[in-house]
Design a protein. Sequence first.
Length: 268
Amino acid sequence: MKRFIYIITEGVHDVLLISQVLQRGFGLSVIKNEAGLPQNAKSWLKMFPWPIKGDITRRAVPTPEFLENDAVFVGISNARGIGEIRKRLSADFEAFYREDGWFPGGLGIILDTDDKAPEKRFREFADLIEQTGFPRPTVLDSVAELGEQCAGVFSFPGGGQPGTLEDVLIPLAGTRFPDLHAHATSFVQTWQQQDAASPSNDHEELRKPKGGLKATLSAMVSLLKPGKGLASSIEDQRWIPDDISSCLPLNPLMAFLNALLLERKDEN
């Protein structure tokens, strides 16, 4: 049986980026149809709203993304917000306990630190990992192991730095779409200067700490995928370069995933 790795994230953008990294950096393939899933995973899916005709690639519903290679089967769960991670993880694990002989060998929690200090955010979720019975990680962005089990907490952008997924996507955008990135950055900065001169309540979101980065990404996507959102662009337009090893913003995430996917043997 393939080793089962469970990853839980804050939202759909995280799921899609991690999926792209697993495909390009580790050679995993997305399972696109329910018929291609093991029976245990099909049972897990009974707790989710589901698209028709067995298609499991739609991101409009908060269902997991599934990937696999010859050694591992990965399920990436979308918690739909950092405040929902504990609840989503608990519900998923309850489903796993009902399936005899099917339980994750690896647990990864991937999130943003947002306005909290990275170490404070880490302790909160290291406690959660310990409560599930997995080995407690001691350092952010690292993976603790005990026998066949391993677990860790990763926070974007990685390296113990405070931030969000946008801190990874923006440098990726500068590499993958340099001209469009430059124009979008100029547009947003010009508007921010105008707004600072005569502030109004219309642009409160723009004034938030990551408002400028989010606006820059939205401006780019409005031309890359007119009428669609960032999720569609990440999934369809190869934000990750072909040579993923040269993509410095992804190095911390790559190292974390590599440690999580590493084959382990029971020492007993």
